[in-house]
Ligand binder design. Structure first.
Ligand SMILES: Cc1cc2nc3c(=O)[nH]c(=O)nc-3n(C[C@H](O)[C@H](O)[C@H](O)COP(=O)(O)O)c2cc1C
Length: 171
């Protein structure tokens, strides 16, 4: 979740949620996904809510807590029409309050990943995956869920090689 698009004069919170590559501001998980895409040549689907999240950190943090408490299922902005064409899907998300964002629940409830391999990756600020791998397995009991790479937001700026090496080490 990009909390700013301005690479200059970031607050600590904005800095924690972004990585600046060649002057362009990307979300941490978004950047990780791009490196994976560049390494694999995979197609990319961005899990985005119909109602955009606020960029103000404090408002975002409160809203996310409320969504978790309410077990909200934010609507996806886009749909995937050709999931059957894919056997292996990398799915990435930030750690939000020790869980994945609620829209990931929407995503995994809306699509059937039976007989597919889900390689989960995430970014965080100390909590790693929390218990999200088990949660994804519960939501997709007929998929093979692989615990992939988890990168701290403090490391992401210099993590390109680590991500590439990890992708290349798979299968
Ligand atoms: C609402 C919110 C809640 C967060 N909760 C946690 C947490 O519980 N544990 C943790 O390690 N990091 C937490 N973080 C930090 C993010 O996981 C971290 O900054 C991540 O890299 C953000 O990725 P993004 O830029 O793709 O959104 C939280 C961040 C936000 C905005």
């Amino acid at each position: 979740m990009l909390e700013t698009t301005n690479p200059n004069n970031m607050t600590t919170e904005e800095d924690n949620s972004t990585v600046v590559i060649n002057g362009e501001v990307l979300g941490n998980t978004q950047y990780m996904a791009q490196v994976i895409q560049n390494t694999t040549g995979a197609d990319m689907f961005r899990i985005e809510p119909k109602t955009p999240y606020p960029t103000d950190h404090k408002i975002l943090v409160d809203l996310v807590l409320e969504e978790q408490n309410q077990k909200a299922r934010p609507e996806l902005l886009n749909t995937i029409n050709n999931l059957e064409e894919y056997d292996t899907i990398f799915v990435g998300y930030p750690n939000w309050w020790g869980d994945m964002p609620m829209i990931l629940y929407t995503f995994f409830e809306q699509y059937d990943f039976s007989d597919k391999t889900i390689i989960a990756f995430n970014t965080h600020d100390g909590s790693g995956f929390s218990r999200t791998i088990s949660t994804i397995q519960e939501l997709q009991p007929n998929a093979e869920v692989v615990e992939g790479l988890s990168i701290s937001c403090n490391q992401i700026q210099n993590a390109e090689n680590e991500i590439v090496e990890w992708v290349n080490s798979l299968n």
